[in-house]
Design a protein around this ligand. Sequence first.
Ligand SMILES: Cc1cc2nc3c(=O)[nH]c(=O)nc-3n(C[C@H](O)[C@H](O)[C@H](O)COP(=O)(O)OP(=O)(O)OC[C@H]3O[C@@H](n4cnc5c(N)ncnc54)[C@H](O)[C@@H]3O)c2cc1C
Length: 421
Amino acid sequence: MSFGALNAWGNCLNRLVATGACGPRSAARQNRCMRIAINGAGIAGVALAHWLHRIGHTPTVIEQAPRFRTGGYLIDFWGVGYQVAKRMGIEEAVRAAGYHVECLRSVGPGAEIKADVNVAVFRRMFGADLISLPRGDLAAAMYATVESKVETIFGDSITTVDQHDDGVRLTFQSSAARDFDLVIGADGLHSNVRRLVFGPEQSYEHYLGCKVAAWVVDGYRPRDELSYVTYNTPGRQVGRFALRGDRTMFVFIFRAARDRVDETPKDQLRNEFSECGWECPQILATLDEVDDLYFDVVSQIRMESWSRDRVLLIGDAAGCISLLGGEGTGLAITEAYVLAGELARAGGDHQRAFNVYEQRLRPFVTGKQAGAARLIGFFVTRTRFGLWFRNVAMRAVNFRPLGTLLAGSVRDDFELPDYGI
Ligand SMILES: Cc1cc2nc3c(=O)[nH]c(=O)nc-3n(C[C@H](O)[C@H](O)[C@H](O)COP(=O)(O)OP(=O)(O)OC[C@H]3O[C@@H](n4cnc5c(N)ncnc54)[C@H](O)[C@@H]3O)c2cc1C
């Protein structure tokens, strides 16, 4: 949803101020084939299933949703994660599902244009390796590579994780208990595996002071094809992007106390935005028909350690950077690749693999978290002066030397290992 690109010029602003046989292709043929449970068929989980199957292990994916989730909010996909996607052989599918956003537009209450950023600034830096696509469609492109080869249990959830010397026994809400060699929690910000093995979410969640909602409707007008249009008031941002098939995605972000238990998500949105200008009343009216509203806190997950014996967390479950970082999917995919690579290198010694994996990725993830946290004031700017300055800064990005400078500022500081897998 152009968070990557928004994040990029935000950075600039900051600167200015157990079944189946082992897989056939085994780069780790000398390794013992392990039965590895992956909780969550999201970005990290599906990417990991791909790589584990490719190096000859037997992953089983467990997903609480009744079926594979496609669509959803739009993400910007770029950086090191994009390079891993190329190694997975899914670039064509990603490009087919994606959009080449041309413009980031900021508008005022009467739809007057306050600033336009030409996304060519970022393309000069990333070339073709920058695309926006629905989160679920990226997951689906990866899932297509393993769907017929990897067991997936839909509509179920782990209830207990019992670790012993030789493995891990999992019990489930519906399925019978199963034994695995390793368990990977790839179940997102509100990870169930993290809660069961590491303790309550409150111990690790750092609320960044805002909430986010996203939804998709049919037939909305106006559309502004290939432009990500935002309208900001102090402490609030509304985004709109036109999707194929005459659909439109909206994203609302607003500063709020974490717990407002007496209000439903839709009520919170109506209460927060009903007095706002631009198309807010018209967009809020579409909420009546929406039954798959995405609504969540904007939080990060910060943990001292990502593993405990035979259980490891990856993706948002371990180190969510939040949507403000604009690169959570890229990190999740990179983590999946590095984890599989280190397991292959460690020749079956999962503890060694987990340690090296964490050493390699922790500085990268921590750096991205710090960068994301600095961007809150940019996404949900507090004051009218701040909003004015934000628009000035947006316009300045079109000035080529400045654009090049900021594009450099969002380059990934991570060298992707070549595991030969
Ligand atoms: C509005 C918004 C915009 C964003 N924009 C961008 C962007 O532009 N670029 C970018 O790179 N990132 C963006 N992100 C962040 C990105 O979506 C996440 O970082 C990424 O999806 C993390 O992947 P994951 O696999 O760890 O978690 P998820 O993709 O959330 O997947 C977790 C999976 O686990 C499943 N699950 C949850 N609980 C259980 C359970 N108990 N049992 C079994 N399964 C379970 C879920 O159903 C889901 O399938 C954005 C996020 C939001 C909210």
